[in-house]
Design a protein around this ligand. Structure first.
Ligand code: ZN
Length: 419
């Protein structure tokens, strides 16, 4: 299945994932990084973690934005550390999500709902409570086991056309197929979409949420660019993609998960539901922002280069004065930031409040991740760069004593600031 991977690890993308055109423009080449989620325990520090190329391609034909290289998904998703139910705000989000689907689309009572990339079954659980038959599909063995133990039947596999054939035979057609935060993670979207078509009842809907390119650009979320995220979706290229797959987008909305996402509703072309005005409205907004052109993603790339220079000169000054620099927050996206801004050798350690991360070392660069005890000492490190910068406000609020003790926060993004 993965014949095209170099040494089974990665390959260079030669065609647009959505429209299959070869007319691809290389917008930006970031520094190669290890896999963003590959934090390691001290026992594995001797093993050299491979670096993978990280570039951004713009499709001149349909305007889709995608990574230049595809890492073998088996390396990233067969043991997945991101568990949806650990965050109460996610649990609430999925409850609202379920209610919204029921209210807007009234799927047939007791019908089958399938979740692709179902994680620990958090969304399906709500459908199950409302009397639906539910089935999850997830490649992460740890999550599939957990979901099955909790009574959410989950197939431990990647979703493919071949699998959809078996599922349709064994479980029948689905009234709703959902896929959240997976549409950006899949290389062969044509195969998956063919499978969704196969699995869907003729009056069924496919609903997915995925990070939105608009937010990546307007909020400088360049550090969400890492190997798990193969695609940076906007609506316009997706319209053509679904049209080519005999499906049609009938509704869409912006939602605030993962720093800004879109929820898109799709049905078979022959499906019965009308197209909501939201589709035209979002297209108009994307045209106004120029998301159908290379300019916004190119300007993000240029902004990052400028920021890189400023941050490097600041870190250089700090080090020249013999002062200490540490980090706060070790999310997956810190990996892109640490490598692109060449911070790996400058940061002594990183504080993270998640006990599961404490005691581990960052991917590749092996910076220790520790608890926040050090901030309670009388003398604190002079500078602390907030790597989980999307939570900066909360982090600074929780640690206001650090400032009083003479420490300085560095906020790298969306604009470089020192407090
Ligand atoms: Zn394209």
């Amino acid at each position: 299945m993965f014949n095209s991977f170099t040494d089974n690890k990665f390959f260079k993308k030669e065609k647009c994932r959505l429209c299959l055109s070869s007319d691809l423009e290389l917008v930006s080449e970031f520094k190669s990084t290890p896999l963003a989620n590959d934090f390691v325990p001290s026992t594995l520090l001797d093993i050299n973690q491979p670096l993978y190329p990280l570039g951004i391609l713009f499709c001149e034909s349909c305007s889709h934005v995608q990574l230049s290289h595809v890492v073998n998904p088996k390396l990233m998703f067969e043991h997945y550390v991101y568990v949806s139910s650990t965050s109460q705000s996610f649990v609430n989000h999925f409850k609202d999500y379920e209610i919204s689907i029921l209210e807007k689309y009234s799927p047939t009572p007791n019908s089958l709902i399938v979740d692709i990339g179902s994680n620990d079954g958090v969304l399906l659980n709500f459908f199950k409570e409302d009397g639906f038959k539910v089935l999850g599909v997830d490649p992460a063995t740890n999550l599939a086991v957990e979901a099955n133990n909790n009574g959410i039947e989950t197939i431990n596999s990647f979703f493919t056309y071949e699998l959809s054939d078996n599922l349709t035979r064994d479980y029948g057609k689905a009234s709703v197929v959902v896929a959240n935060n997976v549409f950006a993670h899949i290389d062969d979207l044509h195969d998956v979409t063919k499978g969704i078509y196969k699995l869907l009842a003729d009056d069924g809907i496919f609903v997915f949420e995925v990070s939105y390119l608009k937010q990546v650009i307007t909020n400088n979320l360049f550090d969400t660019i890492y190997h798990e995220h193969l695609s940076y979706h906007s609506l316009i290229p997706l319209l053509t993609f679904f049209d080519n797959n005999d499906m049609a987008v009938i509704d869409c909305e912006e939602v605030d998960t993962h720093g800004g996402s879109i929820r898109v509703v799709v049905q078979k072309k022959k499906g019965p539901k009308p197209v909501n005005d939201s589709v035209g409205n979002l297209i108009n907004m994307e045209l106004k922002l120029g998301l159908n052109t290379i300019d916004p993603i190119l300007s993000l790339s240029n902004k990052i280069k400028e920021l890189n220079e400023k941050l490097n000169s600041l870190v250089h000054d700090i080090k020249n004065e013999g002062l200490q620099l540490i980090g706060y927050g070790a999310p997956a996206k810190a990996t892109t930031l640490l490598y692109e801004f060449e911070l790996s050798d400058q940061i002594d350690y990183i504080i993270d409040d998640n006990p599961l991360k404490q005691g581990l070392y960052t991917p590749g660069s092996h910076i220790p991740v520790v608890n926040s005890d050090v901030l309670r000492q009388d003398i604190v490190p002079e500078y602390m760069i907030i790597l989980a910068w999307n939570f900066a406000e909360q982090i600074m609020e929780n640690n206001d004593n650090y400032l009083k003790k003479g420490g300085h926060f560095i906020l790298p993004l969306p604009n470089l600031q020192v407090y």
